[in-house]
Design a protein around this ligand. Sequence first.
Ligand code: PLP
Length: 457
Amino acid sequence: MLTNSLHELDRQHLIHPVSSFRGHEARGVRVLRSAKGATLTDDTGRELLDGFAGLWCVNAGYGHESIVEAAAEQMRRLPYATGYFDLGSEPPIRLAAALAERAPGDLNHVYFTLGGSDAVDSTIRFVRYYWHARGQADRDQFISVEQGYHGSTTMGAGLTALPGFHDGFGVPYAWQHKISSHYLYRNPLGDDPQAVIAASVAELRAKVDEIGADRVAAFYVEPIQGSGGVLVPPPGWLKAMRDLCAELGILFIADEVITGFGRTGPIFACADEGIVPDLLTCAKGLTSGYVPMGAVLMSDHVYQVIAEGAGARAIGHGFTYSAHPVSAAVALEVLALYEGGIFENGIRAGKRLMAGLETLRDHPLVGDVRGRGMLAALELVTDKAKKTPLPADMQPATRLFDRAWEQGLVIRSFAQGIFGYAPPLCCTEAEIDEIVARTRRVLDLTLDDPELRGVVR
Ligand code: PLP
C-alpha cells in the first residue's frame, strides 16, 4: 500500500463527483496541494490561476488566516452543537440574524444545510408542508426551467434539467415539469429581450393551465443559470416571472447557490431586479468553500403558515449537521471579509473581466460573450453566422479544460464548448487581465486542432 502513489490510490479508491468512472481511470487525478489568493499550486509545484473559484465557491479567495482562525477557535471552544431539543450555539444564531438583515424583503428565517443540494431538497419538503398546512395538499406539482441546475439529490436532480443527471437515475418524477430557458444566444425567438420575456411568461402561464392552477406548488429558478452554461436572462425576465408567480398564487423559489455572495455584485442577485422570492437557497460563497454549508432563507408568510400548521407537532425535517457551529463561525468571518472590501473589489474586477472577455469577440471561435459581475461565459462556435457548436467528437469539455490547464488557467469547460468563468472576487486587475490573455492563447491553440482545420469560418 505504501508504495502506491497518490495517483494510483485515487484511481483505485476515490469516486469523483460527476465523472465518467472509466474516463477518470484513464485520465487520472490532478492533485492540488495549496492555494493563496487566486493562485493554485499542484503537486508538481506548478502554479495556476483559478478562474473558477474552485467550483464557483471560493469567492473570498484562498489562504485567509482569519478564516482558519475562526474555524480553529470555534473547534477549540465548541466543535459541535445540535439544534435538536431546543439546543443551539452562538455562531449560527448570529449568522441567521446577519443573513436576515441583508436578505431582500421579509426573508427573515434561516434553515442551515450542508450545501446547495440539500438546501434545494429542503425547500421541496418545506413547500409541500406549506401547502398541506394551507389545506391544499393537492398542490404537489413543481415547475423549473430547462438548462437549470438544482443539485443532485434525488428530488433536486429531477428539478435539474441536464440529461446527465436524469439518465439511468429514474428522474424527473411525474410531478416535476419544465418550461424553456431564456437562453438568449440560442433562443428560437431571437434575442429581443421583450419577446423572450413575453414568451417565458406565456409559457409558464400555459404550463400552469395545463397542470391545473390549483395543482402547482412552486416555480424554481436560478437568477443566472450556472451549470446550464452561464445563461443570463434579459433584464426584467426574473421580475416578470416573480410577478407572474404572485399573480398565479404559486411559490417562487430563487436558487442562489451560485449567484449569492457577491458573484453578480450584490449579496444576492435577486437584488439586481429588486425582487423578493418566497424562499431562497444559497451555499458555496456562504463559507467561500472553506467548509461545507448551505442555507434556505424563508419569508415571514411561509414561516407563519408552516408554524401554524404544525402547532405543537415537530416538523420532521433536520440533519445532524444543520447549523454547524464551525461552518457558521467560518461564514461569519467570510461575511466580514466580503464587507470589508472583497465585495467592492469583486464589482470592480467583474467590470474588468466582462470588458476583457468582450475583446475576445473578434476571435474566429467566439460566438457569444455573456455574464454579469464575476460570472461569465464564452460560447465557442465553428461558424458565427450559423452558431454551429464545436464538433462533439472533439470532446470539448475535456479538450478545452486540458488546454487551459496547460496555459496555467483553471476554468469550467462545458460539454457544448462553453468556457465558464467565476474567479475569486479578490482577483487583482493583473490577474483578471491574465485570465483573459491565457484564454486567448487557449483559443488560438484550439484553432489549430486537426478537427477544426478548414471547418472554422
Ligand atoms: N443549485 C445550484 C443553482 C447550483 O449551482 C448547485 C451547485 O452547483 C446546487 C444547487 C447544488 O449545490 P451543492 O453542489 O453544494 O450540493
